[in-house]
Design a binder for this molecule. Structure first.
Ligand code: IPE
Ligand code: IPE
Ligand code: MG
Length: 240
């Protein structure tokens, strides 16, 4: 079996267009998106992915029409209660990443309960970025470092970031055809490989995920070095 990226991050975009194409309300697209995510989590666990981070609601998504925002909040609260028992049984450790201020007390209670219930799981870490923005994360990390009187270094900022419990993503996938970051993992994606899919998120099936992983496996990650350096490093580690 070919190797899989340890940490995959996904901008799950295109739910609204998926629904509009079918003359359905946008929220129907988000509902379908939850089904796609459920399956994607299962497949990632089966493929041996260690960490999956998904973008579910951005700091800027509050600017959508009120009906859509409240539909998304209701769906999130419902998914929290519905999905957690199975995720727990499947060995998934859940983390909710983002600003808690602004979320309802019901949603916050659901988040805390889900994190507690799955804390001992080790098969797959699932980070759900909700009310998240990469800029928010950098600012909250800087504020934390300053409040603790620590020096502002990459190490200290990295430790204060909301995703400090996992290594940086190896592969960032965005569905829905747009080729932009939309305030996702600004700090953590410094050396991630990017993969853009024209498929709308509800259509992103196992074959599409495997295609993204296959493309990832063909990339050469140089981290600032040269190809020649990488080749001699590989030859050296094969010898030893
Ligand atoms: C992504 O799908 C989900 C959220 C942003 C919550 P969209 O709702 O952005 O779908 P499109 O991009 O309008 O099709
Ligand atoms: C990014 O999608 C946010 C999520 C998928 C949650 P958007 O649909 O909000 O991004 P833009 O507005 O097209 O950049
Ligand atoms: Mg969108």
């Amino acid at each position: 079996m070919s190797p899989v990226p340890h940490h995959i991050a996904i901008v799950m975009d295109g739910n609204g267009r998926w629904a509009s194409k079918r003359f359905l309300p946008r929220v129907a697209g988000h509902k379908q998106g939850v089904d796609t995510l459920r399956r994607c989590v299962k497949t990632c666990a089966q493929r041996g992915v260690g960490v999956l981070t998904v973008f579910a609601f951005s700091s800027e998504n509050w600017n959508r029409p009120v009906e859509e925002v409240s539909g998304l909040m209701d769906l999130f609260a419902m998914a929290l209660t519905r999905e957690v028992p199975q995720l727990k049984a499947d060995g998934v450790q859940l983390h909710f990443v983002g600003e808690r201020a602004g979320l309802s007390s019901k949603v916050i209670a659901g988040i805390e309960q889900a994190e507690r219930a799955t804390a001992a799981n080790t098969r797959l870490i699932l980070n759900v970025c909700f009310n998240y923005g990469g800029r928010w994360d950098i600012v909250q990390a800087a504020a934390k470092v300053a409040a603790e009187g620590k020096p502002v270094t990459e190490l200290e900022l990295g430790r204060a970031m909301a995703l400090a419990h996992v290594p940086d993503p190896d592969l960032v996938i965005r569905t829905g055809g747009e080729q932009r970051i939309s305030n996702f993992l600004l700090w953590q994606s410094a050396y991630s490989e990017f993969y853009f899919s024209d498929k709308l998120w509800p259509e992103f099936d196992d074959a599409a995920l495997d295609a993204a992983i296959a493309v990832f496996n063909q990339r050469e990650r140089r981290f600032g070095k040269t190809s020649e350096q990488l080749a001699s490093q590989a030859a050296f580690s094969a010898e030893t």
